[in-house]
Design a protein. Structure first.
Length: 348
């Protein structure tokens, strides 16, 4: 796993902001434009306010997470979803010379080239249109949350249907969210054993959970009816609702995984909430409403994917201390994960 350099501390956010400003020059954005950090996760996201062009969003990628080809693959799927499946996704705003991905040097980070030469690391940047809207309500269990989870299920079904039928470009490449990516020798988000608050007792419980997940996912398999291209982060935080229209944003984690992994991600960070079973039922209603079929054998594994995602997030919190919300979740999330793991191990 590449280090999450945006969690390195020191002057990293100042340097990334400087990278953002350097990239914006290639877009023809005014030098006096306001550039404000919105979020840090797998990348740094900035709101750019230009008196001439209006607001836009600039994403500055962390180092080592995606290649330029993988980012281009993400963007072309977003285009196809908007054009072919009626899924509202942000338009990519090209640079002045037409590039969709702008490369900028980060002089604070060096990469070895040849036997002894050093060169600044390269960060990739993508500029998106600014979409108005707000995140829908989530885990309060109310009628609004239920309606939005049903809508999320319907949107997810449409994305899955498109992914199954889409003729991807020959150069298309995205990573996988499978057992090896989660728990293998180089786990994508680090080892859950290094998560916040994981001591001997927690490691024993979560170790049993990992072994059970291994077994059930191996039996479930990765056939094309169950495994394909997914958004991989379909939280309500990645929906924007505006005047009755819903847009899907943040495809940065999109890749190849079980289709049910998207359901696991929908309840990220509050999987232990008592409202979750009802919200899952609403999601399933919406999924079926869109014409998607979910066999009983697949439905029986829903909590396998919720716990798979949960264990990935224990690792994510430990390896992304600067990411939004990670510090607040901390050891409490690990403790609740252990309780949820004990329930799952007893019931599955």
């Amino acid at each position: 796993m590449a280090d999450h350099d945006l969690s390195a501390g020191g002057d990293i956010l100042d340097r990334v902001t400087a990278c953002a400003r350097a990239a914006l020059a290639d877009y023809g954005v005014r030098p006096d434009a306001d550039v404000r950090l919105l979020n840090v996760s797998e990348n740094a996201t900035f709101l750019v306010t230009d008196q001439d062009a209006g607001p836009s969003v600039l994403r500055v990628h962390r180092l080592g997470y995606h290649s330029q080809q993988a980012i281009a693959s993400e963007l072309v799927w977003m285009d196809a979803l908007r054009a072919e499946a009626g899924i509202r996704t942000p338009w990519v705003l090209p640079a002045a010379d037409g590039r969709r991905i702008v490369s900028v040097a980060d002089p604070g980070v060096s990469r070895r080239r040849g036997a002894s030469r050093q060169r600044p690391a390269t960060r990739f940047c993508v500029r998106f249109e600014f979409l108005p809207g707000t995140e829908p309500p989530g885990s309060d269990g109310g009628a609004a949350a239920a309606a939005h989870f049903a809508e999320l299920g319907e949107i997810t079904a449409r994305m899955h249907a498109h992914a199954r039928d889409w003729d991807r470009p020959a150069w298309f490449t995205r990573f996988r969210w499978d057992v090896d990516a989660a728990f293998g020798p180089q786990p994508r988000w680090g080892r859950w054993q290094d998560g916040t608050g994981v001591g001997p007792a927690e490691a024993e419980i979560l170790g049993r959970l990992e072994r059970r997940l291994h077994d059930r996912l191996a039996a479930f398999g990765t056939g094309p009816e169950r495994f394909g291209l997914v958004h991989a982060d379909t939280r309500l935080a990645n929906l924007l609702v505006h005047e009755g229209s819903t847009a899907v944003i943040d495809f940065d984690d999109s890749g190849f995984a079980w289709y049910l992994y998207d359901l696991g991600t929908a309840v990220s960070f509050f999987e232990h909430d008592p409202a979750v079973p009802d919200l899952v039922a609403c999601w399933l209603d919406g999924y079926r409403r869109a014409g998607a079929r979910l066999p009983a054998a697949d439905e029986a594994e829903i909590w396998t994917f919720i716990l798979f995602r949960r264990l990935l997030l224990v690792a994510w919190i430990g390896s992304h201390p600067a990411a939004a919300g990670a510090a607040e979740l901390g050891a409490g999330y690990t403790r609740d994960s252990c309780d949820l793991a004990e329930w799952y191990l007893a019931s599955h």
